[in-house]
Design a protein around this ligand. Structure first.
Ligand SMILES: [Zn+2]
Length: 129
């Protein structure tokens, strides 16, 4: 699947984000090695610290469905800044896809491409690298 298609799927999920406190809606679309796509949205909580990011919601949905190998991730948001994954999400993504390609797009900006290695070059792991 092309990155643009993945971004489109993330944009379609964006209205389902639950962000009543920040108003910053985020959606992610995660492509498995088998070609399936799982989406996630941010789910805020009134305690704020319990908020779940869209990226981790997508990973949880995919893993729940039995997928553990991913090739691409698209993240979109309504803000002006590119919605780069937070540190916690980068670490979670590195558990399953250290070579993940990440595409981010804000409301109006063009899509930007990163690798997870660029965003998190020295992730924590029990496994020897
Ligand atoms: Zn995050």
């Amino acid at each position: 699947m092309e990155p643009g298609e993945l971004v489109t799927l993330a944009r379609e999920a964006l209205p389902r984000a639950y962000a009543p406190y920040s108003g910053y809606r985020v959606a992610a679309a995660l492509l498995t090695e088998k070609g399936e796509v799982f989406t996630g949205v941010n789910v805020e909580n009134s305690s704020l610290g319990l908020t779940v990011c869209a990226e981790r919601a997508a990973v949880a949905a995919a893993v729940t469905a039995g997928h553990r190998q991913f090739s691409r991730l698209a993240v979109v948001a309504e803000g002006d800044a590119p919605p780069l994954p937070c540190g916690a999400c980068r670490q979670v993504l590195s558990e399953f896809a250290p070579d993940l390609q990440i595409f981010v797009a804000s409301r109006d900006e063009e899509m930007q491409k990163f690798t997870l290695q660029e965003l998190l070059p020295h992730s924590f792991s029990f496994r020897k690298k």
